[in-house]
Design a protein around this ligand. Sequence first.
Ligand code: C2O
Ligand code: CU
Ligand code: CU
Length: 442
Amino acid sequence: RDLPPTPMWGYDGRSPGPTFETVRGEPLLIEWINALPTTHFLPIDHNIHGAEHTKPAVRTVTHVHGGRVPAGSDGWPEDWFVPGRSALLHYPGVQDAASLWYHDHAMGITRLNIYAGLFGAFNVRDAHEQALGLPSGDCDLPLILCDRLIGQDGRLYYPVSDDPSAPWVPECRGNGVLCNGKLYPYFDVEPRRYRLRLINVANTRFFDLSLSQGQVFQQIGSDQGLLAAPLRRLRIELYPAERGDVVVDFAGMAGHTVHLNQQSEAILEFRVRDRGRRDPSVLPATLRSVPRIDPATAARHRVLTVGERDDASGNPMMMLLDGRMWSDPVTESPKRNTIETWSFVNVTGDAHPIHLHLVRFQIIDRRPFDLFAWNAGRVVKYTGPAQLPPPHEAGWKDTVRADPGMVTRIAMRFEGEPGRYVWHCHYLEHEDNEMMRPYQLL
Ligand code: C2O
Ligand code: CU
Ligand code: CU
């Protein structure tokens, strides 16, 4: 595939940006300097926000996704800054080991800035995880996946709508999958265990990953760190912003090539070559305890719609959370150190990956409901049994797939510093077009 190089934006001049290595208990300060050019190379005027949210075109603010970070350092979408400016943000390092990632979060143009390349991996390690003896060093690597629409000229294209009544595209799907910023790269591996931190940073693409040659994934973690025990899995499914932490063992595969497949398409090649090193890593039978949050201990149960349309606006493509716009007053104000359950009532025909900043949560269940009863009186009438999360979704999460026709319930304890945070759909086109809401931690 001899394409000319693709101009992208990045952190420290590359996309993905450098991987941050952080350790629990060691606070970190990062100065994020906006050294972007003064014009955007992607079309910026297709957005349902008013002009205040599309100008200036080049501005950014960085958010560490999954980070337990004080409000002032969390990357509030309106705290963006322009080229030549910077922001000094504080990462206290007060959370369990997890595979986080960082990305742009500028109001109204996050979909374009991330699409342009503004993302990278952010690892948090801790003593408990280090003691497990999992593959480490050059055998522990992030695999950052996204799709992009790449033209014959090698340039990135972002789809624009030609329908004036629907100014934005509700999804963006590419013609190629990038792994760590490359189209169909290869990776030289040894016949031993590797830890691969799969991160879906795509705007809309859902990944359904498998390995060739009969290889399996041992899934050891999800969004917010280790599962209770490794899970043997043939496929790993990731919605945008979700992570899957896996161990893959190439022992006995020397001389072979193993593909990582997205559905039926190979997106990455592992070339297994023996270099005579032994494998000191282990895969323990148990990883950590994940105590269940009892929903009965919640101080508050909130019921929130996903994708309710604001008919009064006349905009046929507006997607909202609980029927409210970004600028409407805050309605979710959890109290510090209390447990809440949030029920996402998905009234649309599609799944939406819903993400809360600051907190980690557990999925309680998903349960089908009667849409007519809901529309008639905002009453949840269940029409079938509750489905408990499968084991790979039973760990700590920060992004959850809210399925269509289902009420998806999560439970969390609101730990952290008081202040303003956000929750939103992580389909970036939705996030930028009013599927994002503030919340206030009291
Ligand atoms: Cu990936 Cu608001 O974040
Ligand atoms: Cu986030
Ligand atoms: Cu959505």
